[in-house]
Write a protein that binds this ligand. Structure first.
Ligand SMILES: Nc1nc2c(ncn2[C@@H]2O[C@H](COP(=O)(O)OP(=O)(O)OP(=O)(O)O)[C@@H](O)[C@H]2O)c(=O)[nH]1
Length: 362
């Protein structure tokens, strides 16, 4: 009698990289992509706003990078279906890589993202969840953990810490040692099991976050009874469903309710900006509205400069600086604002004035 041995499928480890808006996920991703760690990594990125800025901020590399911008990964079903589709595509050419890294949007709850890997039997057989790595912004995390506006709604900053196998307290260069120590104590109370690392500019020991095999039955994410539940979310312009704002977004059975007051505004311009005027405007804006503007990102064409300018804002910390030269002749400036009380038309008109100034000075 002949017996054939069952074929053994190599399972590809997946790392979910999460963390609140602006905590340093893309910075860590870029660090990973430029280090010699022996892994060949395929990257899947998800962004909250409907205009893709993140892929412009990821350093070019040989790695496979897939972008999903059509909604929040943790909650819009279409996005999770999209993730499954991307995974299926990736796994059909799995000889090209040996690790998958999924960067979630800064408002995502990583638990339903992890659940997505089990939505499709074929995918579930071929991947294993290596771990959930959560970045924490040492300057701003406390204000999000203690956000008084949430009043009983889900706090994503807490969810992200709860779900983690590794927590990286990032931006330690911006706070003193006592603040980091106190933060570590607070985080330990939220998540008793995760290893806590510290970093400046997300420079961490990569062996501590990749290939950790953190996903087991004792993993915090599996312990969540709502692991496979449908998930509710914060709506923005990119959502593909009807918005009934009277219901408070409480349409998930298990009572998840995200903060409906947080939204995103994405704006695109096809004319160059006056650098000084733009800089003055955005600095003035965050000086006044920095509590409400959680995140501001932009890729911008500046009049008379062949380089792309990158705008990075996290509350009141703001940076506008030149990057590499534009690759294509079609230059488009893109801005994404994420936060509360954002007035699209006001932001649009104010930015247009910075454009018009440039045109006027030509
Ligand atoms: N000073 C300092 N700045 C940092 C550090 N890490 C990241 N930054 C800056 O913080 C800003 C946000 O960093 P990102 O890596 O884009 O954050 P993110 O989590 O990917 O942001 P979202 O995708 O919008 O949620 C950028 O301007 C970074 O350069 C750090 O350790 N120290």
């Amino acid at each position: 009698m002949t017996s054939s041995a069952p074929s053994v499928t190599r399972q590809v480890p997946v790392t979910i990289l999460t963390g609140f808006l602006g905590s340093g996920k893309t910075t860590l991703l870029n660090y990973i992509l430029t280090q010699k760690h022996g892994h060949r990594i395929a990257v899947i990125e998800n962004e909250f706003g409907e205009v893709d800025v993140d892929s412009d901020l990821v350093l070019t590399s040989d790695e496979e990078i897939y972008q999903m911008t059509n909604g929040c990964i943790c909650c819009v079903v279409d996005v999770r279906t999209d993730l499954v589709r991307i995974l299926q595509k990736l796994l059909s050419q799995s000889e090209k890589f040996d690790h998958i890294l999924v960067e979630t949007s800064g408002l995502a709850d990583p638990t339903p993202v992890a659940a997505t890997f089990f939505m499709d039997n074929d995918v579930a057989r071929q991947v294993s969840l290596d771990g959930v790595v959560t970045l924490v912004d040492a300057v701003h995390i406390e204000s999000h953990l203690d956000d008084p506006m949430l009043q009983g709604m889900d706090n994503q900053a807490v969810d992200q810490i709860v779900a983690a196998d590794r927590i990286i307290i990032n931006k330690t260069d911006l706070v003193d040692a006592a603040t980091v120590a106190a933060l570590a104590v607070r985080i330990r109370k939220i998540n008793e099991g995760a290893q806590i690392l510290r970093s400046s500019h997300a420079k961490v020991d990569l062996t501590a976050i990749l290939g950790i095999g953190g996903f087991s039955s004792s993993s915090p994410i599996v312990a969540d009874p709502h692991f496979l539940d449908e998930h509710d979310h914060v709506c923005d312009d990119s959502c593909g469903h009807d918005h009934d704002h009277d219901d408070g977004h409480a349409h998930a059975d298990h009572g998840h309710m995200h903060d409906p007051s947080v939204a995103s505004v994405s704006l695109v311009f096809d004319r160059p900006f006056d650098r000084q005027r733009l800089s003055d405007y955005v600095h003035g804006l965050v000086a006044v509205h920095g509590d409400d503007i959680f995140r501001l990102k932009g890729i911008i064409e500046i009049e008379g400069d062949s380089r792309r300018y990158v705008l990075q804002g996290v509350h009141r910390i703001l940076e506008l600086k030149p990057a590499d030269a534009w690759e294509s002749s079609t230059r488009t400036s893109k801005f994404v604002f994420i936060g509360r009380n954002l007035d699209r038309s006001e932001l649009h008109s104010a930015l247009l004035e910075c454009v018009d100034a440039a045109i006027a000075t030509v």
